[in-house]
Design a protein around this ligand. Structure first.
Ligand SMILES: Nc1ncnc2c1ncn2[C@@H]1O[C@H](COP(=O)(O)OP(=O)(O)OP(=O)(O)O)[C@@H](O)[C@H]1O
Ligand SMILES: [Mg+2]
Length: 234
């Protein structure tokens, strides 16, 4: 479970979050929306402990993230899989190697890597492009590899900050469907920050709206896709 308790984040001259409290249960799918500068990315950085809260407490599965010694941060981060708007793949590595190298970094045995990477690439329908470099992939394809990489070390929580910000609408739907699957089938907690209100309406689920560093609303939106009789475009 993720719990923010009266969390405030002040940068030198800006208050990015003020006194924010909420909790997210294991296995939930949550959208975080809000205008530019509302504090969405700050919230993800606090979760990752890339930034430290100025006040308040953040608990993740009982771990007090705000009080975590720097030496424990790398181990804590293994709980989290991150997906970014700009993909952040290693440009000099193939799709396969982008995934394999982060598994190696946590000491995964070679045999396990050779078994698991192809399976991960299949999960995101990228098995045919395993040997392509990022520059040889479309934006949507790069994001699919990034998604496979985010789940490679089996984190409990996936955080995607504007995952569809740089890709076209059809591929955005694909990426969102994959995130939904990761939530349903792999039982991961998924947090998606987005500007795309059409996607939010289409998929429904819990929507936390931030405005000027505060939670303006936190509602369960019915899914327009389910009302239409299907959520998958596959
Ligand atoms: N490192 C920083 N130093 C100073 N101010 C910052 C820093 N990072 C963010 N801010 C400020 O904090 C506020 C919240 O920024 P944040 O990046 O969380 O917004 P956001 O909701 O993700 O916006 P966007 O939708 O544009 O990505 C903004 O006013 C921003 O200028
Ligand atoms: Mg942002």
């Amino acid at each position: 479970m993720i719990e923010f308790i009266n969390v405030t984040k002040e940068y030198s001259d800006t208050s990015a979050l003020s006194n924010v409290s909420f909790h997210i249960d294991n296995g939930e799918f949550v959208f975080i929306v809000g205008h530019s500068g509302a504090g969405k990315t700050t919230l993800t950085k606090l979760l990752l402990r890339e930034e430290k809260a100025t006040e308040g407490k953040i608990l993740v599965d009982g771990i007090d993230v705000t009080a975590l010694p720097a030496s424990r941060v790398p181990h804590y981060r293994r709980k989290l899989g991150m997906v970014f708007q700009d993909f952040r793949l290693f440009g000099d590595k193939t799709a396969y190697e982008n995934i394999a190298c982060i598994m190696r970094a946590v000491g995964t045995p070679g045999k396990e890597i050779r078994r698991r990477v192809p399976a991960l690439l299949r999960t995101v329908s990228m098995e045919d492009k395993a040997n392509h470099f990022p520059r040889e992939l479309s934006g949507g394809e790069q994001q699919r590899v990034a998604l496979a990489r985010a789940i490679a070390n089996n984190p409990d929580i996936i955080i995607a900050d504007e995952p569809t910000g740089n890709i076209d609408p059809a591929m955005s739907l694909d990426i969102m469907n994959m995130l939904m699957k990761i939530n349903h089938l792999l039982k991961k907690t998924v947090i998606v920050v987005t500007h795309d209100l059409d996607l939010v309406e289409y998929f429904g689920h819990r929507v936390i709206r931030l405005g000027e560093g505060k939670i303006n609303s936190d509602v369960n939106l019915p899914s327009a896709a389910e009302a239409e009789g299907g959520i998958s475009n596959e």
